[in-house]
Write a protein that binds this ligand. Sequence first.
Ligand SMILES: [Zn+2]
Length: 412
Amino acid sequence: MSDHIVLTSHARRDKPAEPIQWGAPTAAERGPVIASLTDPAQRNVIGTHAGAYAIYRALAVASGSLQRAHRPDLTDTAPAEAIGPHAQWGDPDKIVSLDPWGHLVSTVFADRIAAGFDIRPTIAITRAHINMPELGAAIAAGRLKPDGDILYPNGDVRVTKAAIDPVWYLPGIARRFNIKESILRRSLFEQTGGMFPELVTRPDLKVFLPPIGGMTLYFFGDISQLGKPETRVACRVHDECNGSDVFGSDICTCRPYLAHGIEVCIEMAQQGGVGLVVYNRKEGRALGEVTKFLVYNARKRQVGGDRAETYFARTECVAGVQDMRFQELMPDVFHWLGIRRIDRWASMSNMKHGALTAQGIEVVEQVAIPDALIPADARVEIDAKVAAGYFTSYTPPDANELALAKGRGLNE
Ligand SMILES: [Zn+2]
């Protein structure tokens, strides 16, 4: 390890030691993603592992609690369940925002790791039991029936879960958004305050590990059945909403929809299919929680009260956009899992539905949240979304209905 500071603001003449052939059919031909900081000469990507936590790692190194040269001991960390490879892994345009080999590096790149390359997983797969009070309520109401295998009488559910860090193939991301790669690189460079100069100085480095949250997958049932055409799949793609998901805040339908999605997934697993919840770290429509709470205040303080007709406008006033989640990248995870058809899709978002079908993934049945599960203060959100064309099982509200203040005031 060098004691010199290695500047990335000037192009280096040397090519990366291990080039990446994104979308190559085998791991050996594709090559490893090497984001190591322990030996900068090995790097063949821009950014670092666990990018969203890089600043904490910097603090740990600066304060002396983490050795700069530490390499992970990967003994016994291999996936608890096998996933892939699937045919979709060998298509450079089907998966552009994660490394399909990210969970398998300790086996498929064992020779290179043994040769001294610092190659780390970007995906980890383990098993767990989960339990949410809503599932107990669903059992009590007779909607769910414990089977002692997937769902236990105490409400415990047996799951496999996978954590995925983002790995972006920049030419593929640019194609997905129909923009020039150079425009994408410049915007990423500028909007991170110049954090990654290689975005503009190293056009030969095509892969970027962005400093953003990734996703967590929760699987219900036998995941070895995924990728087979006869396997029925139920799914909820959920974008993070900490206030509702964790704390039960009632201004939106997020946690009720998540719990309902899990219920749909359990049913599918009990019928021999596979259930899947995709949990994306995209807090507050990827605008962040500070923006979200500012919008809540603006909604509740506006003349005329909190109402559906101004729901999207209040977000746009503060954030400049209604939404920055960009569902264009969301289908990648289905390609990774070999899923070509979703039989039951627990979502009312037309954006998510459109993104899936644009990627050739069939959605058979869309499942709206049952009306009884919508919290009172969330009426504003749900009416606004339905009026904007979201899928639902009930009649869209008319203009008079949308003008009614249905949300609580700030002091109630
Ligand atoms: Zn929410």
